[in-house]
Design a protein around this ligand. Structure first.
Ligand SMILES: *Cc1c(COP(=O)(O)O)cnc(C)c1O
Length: 358
């Protein structure tokens, strides 16, 4: 299925107003957005327009019942000026996985990728060039039917917006293992990238921040013992030379960075194990000196080194050096910027012959 994307361009680009060395994170958006409507059982009128406010009815169902999902990914530019997307078909598939869980319609995966490609082609000048920086892309879908009542909506919008993000050197982070609130339970919506999961996480995150921690480490909903994930990241631990990451248990979000990092580590001949892992096991490893590294993975941060984890009265000081995490971060950044070979064909290059007249 290939639909024509109708393009109306902005008269004058605002890109000249952007200071690429000082980009306000999450506050700056490119000239255009992709938008598509779902009505009477079909996605219609895919188009790229100048970014604008969208009118919304006060009874729009997303506002009341929370049918809202999103994706997060990045476009980078290589030394030859070619924009590239990182595994966009994985985001397309995950959006639909989330949509199913939330009773929302599928979005055509080829149109998802094509919309991204054309939007990025058009707003190419907004991609920060330095390795480690990128154009953050935010595809999302929400119920915009106006109706008071509990059922699946019949009309939706799918939109993609884009926001440049500069190279930020993330310093090692501290996690607070939450033992009162949960993020997700098996059978719930934790596996879906649903807006509501974040709603449930905001208050615990604010509490953790007030205590001096960067993010919450989420434990399982039954007995607060098995490690799930943190904030917007999946977690990896290096214990006794082995890399361990919690197996996807039905409540953990399946990160595309997570799956890519597992492949990269296997390429480098590390032993990588996906299995349930408890906070007690991490404390034991810390006490007997076998806990070597911990890091988080996600599109927004890339790789975040973890220096400390707090669990009840115990403070786990993980490590001051993170050679594996640093190697993974450099490898990912190198593949994304084109300076390292893309062995797995993860990069989706956007050559300029898309029929987009620039
Ligand atoms: C998006 C997200 C991640 C990371 O997924 P990536 O595909 O690697 O960006 C991890 N946890 C949660 C809760 C998320 O929403």
């Amino acid at each position: 299925m290939s639909q024509n994307i109708n393009i109306s361009k902005i008269e004058t680009s605002k890109v000249d107003t952007l200071d690429f060395n000082n980009i306000p994170l999450g506050k700056t958006f490119t000239d255009h957005m992709f938008i598509c409507d779902y009505e009477h059982g079909h996605w219609i009128n895919p188009r790229i327009e100048p970014l604008r406010f969208i009118p919304i009815h006060p009874a729009a169902m997303a506002l009341h019942y929370g049918q809202a999902i999103f994706e997060g990914m990045k476009a980078t530019i290589n030394a030859n000026g070619i924009p590239m997307l990182f595994r966009p078909e994985k985001n397309a598939a995950r959006l639909n996985f989330s949509a199913h869980r939330m009773g929302m319609p599928d979005f055509p995966e080829d149109l998802f990728v094509e919309g991204l490609r054309q939007l990025v082609a058009l707003d190419k000048n907004w991609i920060p060039p330095q390795e480690g920086s990128a154009l953050y892309l935010r595809p999302f879908m929400y119920a915009d039917e106006f109706f008071i009542g509990m059922r699946a909506a019949t009309s939706y919008k799918f939109i993609i917006i884009a926001s440049p993000s500069g190279h930020y050197f993330s310093k090692p982070i501290k996690l607070f293992a939450e033992t009162k609130y949960i993020r997700a339970a098996q059978g719930g919506t934790g596996e879906a990238k649903a807006a509501g999961n974040y709603a449930a996480a905001i208050k615990p995150s604010e509490i953790a921040k007030a205590k001096g921690y960067d993010q919450v480490l989420w434990l399982d909903a039954h007995n607060f013992n098995f490690i799930q994930e943190a904030g917007t990241m999946n977690l990896f631990f290096k214990i006794n030379r082995e890399i361990i990451t919690p197996s996807l248990d039905g409540a953990i979000l399946s990160g595309i960075t997570r799956m890519s990092v597992i492949e990269l580590l296997k390429d480098k001949c590390y032993k990588v194990t996906e299995r349930p892992i408890t906070i007690e096991e991490i404390i034991e490893a810390y006490k007997d000196g076998t806990l070597e590294e911990a890091f988080g993975t996600g599109t927004a941060v890339g790789i975040a080194m973890i220096e400390e984890i707090r669990y009840k009265e115990t403070t786990i000081h993980v490590s001051d050096e993170n050679p594996v995490a640093q190697m993974v971060l450099n490898t990912l950044n190198g593949i994304r910027s084109g300076s390292l070979e893309d062995k797995h064909h993860w990069m989706n290059k956007i050559e300029m012959d898309l029929g987009v007249t620039l």
